[in-house]
Design a protein around this ligand. Structure first.
Ligand SMILES: *Cc1c(COP(=O)(O)O)cnc(C)c1O
Ligand code: SF4
Length: 347
């Protein structure tokens, strides 16, 4: 459940003085607040009103949220648009086939401290925020409000304590939800706390925000990341080449200018990117934006997402087809997350 989006904290608008004519970059929190939350309006905006009767009641228990800039990248009038299908509630989500669970990846067992998942050697993952700027229908998060699990609670105290006590942790991973849903001030608080933990040498940020709301990569954020005295990795999440436009390209350029290595992970999704052409086009588009493909995930088997699943043999055939046509550095690793494993498992 998203209880407090960052946008909700904005209580007043900045007034531009008359002399101030240069257009100000849009404030990301304002854009966040302006997002679409009504499925009927989403359909109306795309000229797809006639699909209204196919919407599940109550959005099938997972709110709709779509930034308007992401909506603008959808094809008007196309009910199969690959961006639309990632966010539109569907009746198929109500199906309950066997094998699709609520805790599909065993996260509940890996909790090491408040908001900390410590499953893999050398890397601790912080559930930094429970919020996302977009709600993706295939996501495990639909069952995880993560209400009390935020690492950012209490000035990150518990999370930092866990990391301080374990010298084997060299990489801190911020995940969520979306860690960039936090304000830059909140991120500064974390990195101040890391200053006296010398065994942490890398900070990794897993975020979909630069893709779905690229204005989030603003000047203050850029300054924070640039000044960080750690190695930096940003792992984006895009599933289709159409998610990129000039504003996303610009956000990727700003990210790389901080000195961060920028990678991408995708989820293999039936009806959205399960064609070799589509996957190859995504890799090419990522590279054009200065981003390297990292992982292609097999879907987590979460309740409500079964209709997106691609079976393993097809997934392997797809990745082989991509391998046959692209340079090796543009072929993502096809993996699945298995509870109890020591790493993501190659498919
Ligand atoms: C996926 C994941 C990581 C990172 O794994 P990499 O293979 O290094 O990308 C770390 N911790 C947890 C809990 C994860 O789920
Ligand atoms: S965690 Fe990522 S995939 Fe899941 S809803 Fe948020 S942005 Fe989408």
């Amino acid at each position: 459940m998203i209880t407090a989006s960052p946008g909700a904290r904005i209580t007043h608008h900045q007034m531009a003085s008359p002399a101030d004519t240069a257009p100000k970059p849009a404030d990301w929190r304002q854009l966040w607040r302006d997002s679409l939350t009504d499925a009927a309006e989403l359909l109306r905006q795309l000229g797809l009103e006639h699909l209204h009767s196919q919407l599940p009641a109550g959005n099938a228990g997972f709110a709709l949220r779509v930034p308007r800039g992401f909506l603008a990248r959808m094809q008007h009038g196309d009910p199969h648009d690959p961006l639309l299908l990632q966010v539109l509630p569907s009746l198929a989500e109500l199906e309950q086939p066997p094998g699709f669970a609520v805790d599909a990846v065993g996260d509940l067992d890996a909790r090491a401290a408040q908001g900390v998942l410590h499953k893999y050697q050398g890397r601790a993952l912080l559930i930094a925020s429970g919020s996302c700027a977009i709600n993706c229908r295939y996501c495990f998060r639909r069952h995880f409000p993560y209400g009390d699990e935020m690492a950012a609670a209490g000035q990150w105290r518990q999370a930092l304590e866990h990391v301080r006590q374990d010298a084997s942790i060299s990489e801190l991973i911020l995940s969520g939800g979306d860690p960039l849903a936090l304000t830059t001030a909140k991120l500064e608080e974390l990195t101040r706390g890391l200053a006296d933990i010398p065994h942490v040498t890398r900070l990794r940020i897993h975020t979909r925000l630069p893709v779905v709301l690229p204005e989030r990569v603003d000047e203050a954020f850029q300054q924070w990341l640039t000044a960080l005295p750690l190695q930096k990795v940003v792992v984006l999440h895009a599933n289709h080449a159409n998610e990129f436009d000039a504003s996303v390209d610009a956000a990727c350029t700003r990210l790389r200018a901080t000195g961060a290595t920028v990678l991408n992970q995708s989820v293999l999704l039936r009806g959205i990117n399960d064609h070799a052409d589509t996957l190859a086009a995504l890799s090419e588009r990522l590279f054009a934006a200065g981003v390297l493909p990292y992982y292609l995930h097999q879907l987590d088997r979460v309740q409500g997402a079964a209709h997106f699943e691609v079976d393993d043999s097809r997934a392997q055939a797809l990745i082989e087809a991509v391998r046959a046509r692209l340079p090796g550095y543009l072929v993502p690793k096809l993996v699945r997350e298995v509870g109890g494993d020591t790493a993501k498992r190659p498919v």
